[in-house]
Design a protein around this ligand. Structure first.
Ligand code: GAR
Length: 198
């Protein structure tokens, strides 16, 4: 069984998509055994607790040095014998320790078609604001492996979606989540757990 940790920072709708997929036996035999939040009191923690999943907070703001924050996360993942780390709306950057210990075992969901609208500073609603501002007619969602380059690891799955003339950043974000992220992320996790991607 692949032990999965999901790292979150906010509302946790992508975490919920994973929990729902697990309930329907659609995670390829993987099991979410740990949720780590980089911020206290976020709704993602409640979602985990409701699903009976161990949930802890390792708050980024409690650490001045990234390397100490990184060590705390690495220790927790290692102590819990995690096989796959899923970043689901995790808005802090991971450090060298986690990236080394979990090399090729970390995946992230991003709300655009990488390599467009990604990298440092592109997260959450900001991505959709920039998409609308630029006038592009197509956007989407991407699931990719995580390496030391922000949003720069190998792409696993992508889904393209139209930007509609009357879209606001909020309506676009909703559509990208519902039709893109919440579909792609559980699918990519299942593929990893079944050994279909390495
Ligand atoms: C999601 O849209 C996710 O793709 C994005 O933050 C949102 C979190 O929502 N992540 C990034 O922008 C990372 N660069 P959620 O907490 O409801 O899953």
């Amino acid at each position: 069984m692949t032990k999965i940790a999901v790292l979150v920072s906010g509302g946790g709708t992508n975490l919920q998509a994973l929990i729902d997929a697990q309930k329907e036996n659609k995670l390829g035999g993987g099991e979410i055994t740990l949720v780590i939040s980089s911020a206290a009191g976020v709704y993602a923690l409640e979602r985990a607790e409701k699903a009976g999943i161990k949930a802890i907070t390792i708050a980024r703001k409690d650490y001045t040095d990234l390397s100490d924050f990184d060590s705390a996360i690495e220790s927790s993942l290692s102590e819990n014998k995690i096989d796959l780390v899923v970043l689901a709306g995790f808005l802090s950057v991971l450090g060298a320790k986690v990236l080394k210990t979990f090399k090729d075992k970390i995946i992230n969901v991003h709300p655009s078609l990488i390599p467009a609208f990604c990298g440092k500073g592109f997260y959450g609603l900001k991505v959709h604001k920039e998409v609308i501002k630029s006038g592009v007619k197509v956007t989407g969602a991407t699931v990719h492996f995580v390496n030391e380059i922000v949003d720069g690891g190998k792409i696993i799955l992508q889904k393209a979606l139209d930007v509609l003339p009357d879209d606001t950043p909020e309506t676009l974000q909703q559509r990208v989540m519902k039709e893109g992220e919440w579909v792609l992320l559980p699918k990519a996790v299942a593929m990893f757990c079944k050994g279909e991607i390495v």
